[in-house]
Every structure is written in C-alpha cells, then in structure tokens.
Design a binder for this molecule. Structure first.
Ligand SMILES: *Cc1c(COP(=O)(O)O)cnc(C)c1O
Length: 349
C-alpha cells in the first residue's frame, strides 16, 4: 500500500549519508564546548548566515525561546504576528517561562506585518506600559501558506526598529526555503536581524535540531538560556553531524520540493470541489479547501485519504495543508492527486 506523508516536512527521515556521518562523527562533551562536530556545525551555520556565532539547540521552539530570553527581560514586550508560530504553537513558552508579554500585530496574507501596524504597536515610555523590546518575524511564514518575506521588507522593518532602539529576531524555521523561493541567499535574508533560528529537522532532513545565530554577545546569553531550559546536550555531535550534511548537501535541492508543490497545487485545483485558496505556493506548502459542493468535512476527507495511503494535515474545518519534501517524489504527486479524485468520487452534492 502507498504511504505518502504530506502532513509536514518534519516527517523526513535522515538520509543514508546522514546516518553514515552520524556514525563517524568525532565527539566530546558539548556542555564543556568540547564537541568538535557541534562546533563545526555552529561555525558553518554562522558563516552561511553571515553572523559571528551559532548555537545548536534541540528544537526550533527552544531556539526561539532561548533567543527571546536572550533579548528580553521579564515584563518586556515582544511584537509578533497573530499567526506567528511562536504565538500559536510554542505552548506560550515566552510568557510562561520568560515573563515576556506577547503583543500581536495582524499578519497580512503574505506573512508580513504592516509597518504602520508595527509603528502603532510600539509603546511610549510610560509607567503604564510594558517596554517594547523585540520584533519577531517568520520566514517562510507557515500559517500564511509558506510565503517568503523579501529582503527589502526585512530592511524596512530594521529601519523602524532602529528608530526605536528595538531588537529583531527571525523565526527562520524554513529560512532556506525562503531563500530558494526568492532566489537570494539565506545570508541576505538574515542580514537585518539580530538573531535567527532555523531548523535542520524539516526540509533539510536532519533527525533533530535547530541552530540560533547572532553576534558573540547575544549567543553568550542564548547559551545560558539554553542551559536554563535544559537544552545543554553532551555528545550532541552525533546529531550535529547530520546537520552538517543537511547544510552542505540538502539546501540546493529545495527547489525540487517547491516545483512539486506547484505541480500538486495546480493539479488539485483542477479537481471539482477543491479550491486553491492561497494561490500557487511560493515554497513547499500547499493549502487547499473543500468547497460547499463536497459532502465531506476536512476530518472525514482526511480519513478517506489515509485509507488510500495519503496523509495530509487538517488546519481548519474544511482546509488542508500538504507539504512536499525529500521523501515525496513525482510519482507520489501523481498518486496524491489520484487519491483526492477517488476520495471525492460519490461525495459531491
Ligand atoms: C516547526 C516550526 C518551529 C518549531 O520547530 P520545532 O523544532 O518543531 O520545535 C518554529 N517556527 C516555525 C515557523 C515552524 O514551522
């Protein structure tokens, strides 16, 4: 039976080259800073993103949290999108563990926050208000259909942040997808930000891990935050080794995932009952909705698809997210469209 998993690019398994590198990696105690493979990964990540230092962390969630803790104190305020992953899906960690006050600004459909909305949300210096400290953006933007935020937008927000002495963090879980989608380097996208977190464990296929990058002083503080959060790992080079393979060999091929996402979106949109509500995908995420001519709701449709060997994510009552990745080839795209056609058959009003 088919087993096509489009729920997320987090389901990607490590490649044979990664397993090989993990087996051979030279190791040491990273809490003492003595794991040569972790150190190599951190240096490589910092260099690729044009920052002076890097820090390996177990997850993107910890990367964002440790970054916010390194930028903000208790009672400080962070501005972020109302659809930001950090606001919606990180268990409120910045508030629960950091005492950092989240203030949301409306995400535009393209994932950006308007400069006017940001400016209006920055607090005056008044004893009634929490001090605004940090602006956090997300690129690509997951809940905004995997859109890529352009380099110029980052610089425009930077100019605003500088006017008010604010710091900027990027949740770049899929930064390399954004760079590929825009035809620019990850370094250009990272340039306006004081700190960036990106994931090795999504489209880049590593089994575990994210990296935070920034300047030396910031990484020094993030390192302490990582320790407080219990994220100091020991012979973590077994994991970092896969991350090095990810950065060295898996970035170039992301364009294949993006091409397949476009192919899938185009073909699904031709099926009666399916609406491509966010347009053709910019990166590796396809969002589609069942129109009112389909008798099934999202959950029922998802179950029918599972029976046909295809797993998709349900993100609203009649809306799906399908993410292409290394383990989804051209044949899987054809099979997915066929499964949708079969699942819809006999279910149209
Ligand atoms: C996946 C993701 C994260 C968190 O990464 P985990 O490794 O799952 O903790 C953060 N931000 C975005 C946009 C993500 O997609």
């Amino acid at each position: 039976m088919l087993n096509i998993d489009l729920r997320s690019d987090t389901v990607t398994l490590p490649t044979p080259a990664m397993r090989e590198a993990m087996a051979r990696a030279p190791l040491g105690d990273d809490v003492y800073g003595e794991d040569p493979t972790v150190n190599r990964l951190q240096d490589l990540a910092a260099q690729m993103l044009g920052k002076s230092a890097g820090l390996f962390v177990p997850s993107g969630t910890m990367g964002n949290l440790a970054s916010v803790l390194a930028h903000c104190g208790r009672g400080d305020e962070i501005l972020l999108g109302h659809l930001a992953h950090t606001f919606l899906y990180e268990a409120g960690g910045i508030a629960a563990l950091g005492g950092v006050h989240p203030r949301t600004v409306q995400n535009q459909p393209d994932g950006t926050l308007s400069l006017d909305d940001l400016r209006a949300a920055i607090r005056a210096d008044d004893a009634h208000f929490p001090p605004t400290r940090l602006i956090a953006l997300e690129n690509t933007h997951n809940r905004c259909a995997g859109t890529a935020l352009p380099v110029a937008y980052g610089h425009a927000v930077r100019a605003l942040a500088d006017e008010y002495g604010l710091k900027m963090h990027l949740d770049g879980a899929r930064l390399f997808n954004a760079a590929e989608a825009l035809g620019v380097s990850a370094q250009e996208l990272a340039a306006p930000f004081d700190s960036v977190t990106f994931c090795l464990s999504k489209a880049l296929c590593a089994p575990v891990g994210s990296v935070i990058v920034g300047d030396q002083a910031f990484i020094h503080r993030a390192h302490r935050a990582r320790k407080q959060l219990g994220g100091g790992m020991r012979q973590a080079g077994v994991l970092a080794a896969a991350g090095i393979v990810a950065l060295e060999t898996m970035v170039e091929r992301l364009k294949e995932d993006h091409a397949r996402a476009q192919l899938l979106a185009g073909q699904l949109a031709e099926l009666p009952g399916i609406i491509l509500d966010s347009g053709l995908p910019q990166s590796n995420m396809v969002y589609v909705t069942l129109d009112e001519t389909v008798r099934l709701d999202g959950k029922a449709m998802q179950e029918k698809l599972v029976g046909l060997g295809v797993k998709v994510g349900v993100v609203a009552s009649r809306r799906f997210r399908l993410v292409t990745h290394y383990w989804v080839d051209d044949a899987a795209i054809v099979a997915t469209v066929t499964a949708f056609r079969q699942a819809l058959a006999g279910e149209m009003l």
